[in-house]
Design a protein around this ligand. Structure first.
Ligand code: NAD
Length: 319
């Protein structure tokens, strides 16, 4: 963890704590000595993500939807609001749930933080920038989102969540922060959740063609989950209101990513081009000047290293 911006939390609530990023956050917080309550309805989360945490002292699971007001057994000093379907396959399957989690769920998580006097951090996303016309994207860019496009259920829910978080801080003085996460990958992703890294790795390990959408020249910036978690906890500790971008500015085309996964897995799979989804962003790259300056944070794990760790995990966890 960053020495400059770490803080000892007594009790953290992590909504969405049984999901990919949330479960890594729960682990990091427990490792730092905090008690952790994970609030999750398991829409997209998995019990096995937190199975190693269930017996650890200080860990509690509350199985509940944040769309309804929820309680935890004692007041937290930190609320990390990470509940939300995040992969396009999930939010397209769960459009209303996604919008309710981003709106009602954010309201309920903010209420818990406010009543407890806790710091609140919203997991927002680079998707608030939509298909960006500014590159790379800094936090002042207001985005290019189609409000009635298929991705809007996620993008607009997150934009609303940011507005609600800001209104809560202005109206009631709640200590809030907003992190805009860019594509994060690592162990505990679901092989078929539709996101590029787990999809390519699963296909490569199975000897199936890697399905690249469009001509594969669209770019993403991939951040290894340990780096993302370190950035999130630095933003929580710093007290920064944000929003602040947390992501890896090293950009890679989807075609190059597919080729790299083939190389690192030693697979004989070929690349197959398939139709590109509507409103799929052409480029995505964070400007992380603010995170560097304020949080003294930047990613440390290279794409090769992060992919190798992720591939090892998939090898060990694929039937
Ligand atoms: P995930 O799907 O693995 O985890 C989301 C978790 O939220 C799951 O455990 C799910 O069961 C839970 N959840 C969903 N709706 C809920 C509800 N109404 N009540 C309680 N729990 C609910 O996704 P993830 O990749 O871990 O993303 C976590 C957060 O980070 C999300 O808010 C997402 O928008 C944000 N984010 C992730 C990325 C990324 O690349 N992984 C990028 C940007 C933002």
């Amino acid at each position: 963890m960053n020495a400059a911006f770490s803080r000892s939390w007594k009790h953290a609530v992590v909504t969405g704590g049984a999901g990919f990023v949330g479960s890594h956050l729960c682990t990091a917080l427990l490792d730092s000595g905090a008690a952790v309550t994970c609030v999750d309805d398991f829409t997209t989360g998995r019990p096995e993500n937190i199975s190693g945490l269930r017996d650890r002292p200080g860990f509690e699971l509350v199985r509940a939807s944040v769309c309804e007001p929820f309680t935890v057994d004692r007041p937290p000093d930190l609320v990390l609001h990470f509940a939300s379907p995040a992969s396009p396959a999930d939010y397209l399957r769960l459009p209303l749930h996604t919008m309710e989690t981003g709106s009602l769920g954010t309201r309920n998580a903010l209420a818990l933080a406010h009543e407890s006097g806790a710091r609140f951090l919203l997991a927002s996303t680079s998707e608030v920038y939509g298909d960006p016309q500014q590159h790379p994207q800094n936090e002042r860019y207001r985005g290019n989102v189609n409000p009635v496009g298929p991705r809007s259920v996620y993008d607009e829910a997150k934009r609303f969540g940011e507005a609600l978080t800001t209104a809560q801080a202005d109206a009631h003085g709640t200590d809030t922060g907003i992190v805009r996460l860019f594509n994060t990958y690592g162990p505990r992703m679901r092989g078929h959740d539709g996101r590029a890294v787990p999809t390519f790795i699963s296909q490569a390990l199975a000897g199936e063609p890697l399905t690249v959408t469009g001509d594969g020249h669209q770019t993403r910036s991939l951040c290894y989950v340990d780096d993302t978690v370190r950035g999130i906890l630095a933003a929580a500790a710093h007290g920064l209101r944000g929003p602040v971008n947390i992501g890896n500015p090293t950009e890679i085309t989807m075609l190059d990513l597919a080729r790299l996964v083939v190389e690192l897995t030693g697979s004989t799979s070929e690349v197959r081009f398939i139709e590109r989804p509507t409103d799929d962003p052409a480029v995505r790259c964070p400007d992380i000047t603010l995170a560097r300056d304020k949080l003294e944070w930047e990613p440390r794990v290279s794409a090769e290293e992060g992919l190798l760790r992720t591939i090892d995990w998939f090898r060990a966890h694929t039937d």
